[in-house]
Design a protein around this ligand. Structure first.
Ligand SMILES: [Zn+2]
Length: 112
């Protein structure tokens, strides 16, 4: 079961989240790189497995295997590699604590 967030809502939730997060050196994080893939909610092209446009990162490759296998099933050609920055991130701990956030499908907001 996933929780639906808008990108800025997730940013806010991450800031408010107080977790005893291990914080290894940035260059030690792993993430799942994929072929360019449109976000199912808004169509933005991403080249990582993300949660609501935040790259899901972990200290070791192992916990990412499950997510890589999901990405493989849908043909995204996943590769677990060292994360080299460029996008906002969410650790697996934060991801679980926030109820596995995904990007919500944009609603048509009518003025008034
Ligand atoms: Zn999106």
């Amino acid at each position: 079961m996933a929780t639906v967030y808008e990108v800025d809502e997730l940013e806010k939730a991450l800031n408010e989240l107080e977790l005893d997060d291990p914080a290894p050196e940035k260059e030690r994080w792993y993430a799942i790189s994929t072929d360019p893939w449109p976000c199912p909610a808004c169509g933005e092209i991403v080249e990582w497995v993300t949660a609501c446009h935040h790259v899901v990162i972990a200290e070791t490759p192992d916990p990412l295997l499950e997510h890589a296998s999901v990405a493989k099933k849908v043909g995204r050609n996943p590769r677990i590699i060292k994360y080299d920055g460029g996008m906002p991130t969410i650790t697996l701990y934060q991801w679980r604590a926030l109820g596995r956030p995904v990007h919500g499908v944009r609603r048509d907001l009518t003025p008034g």
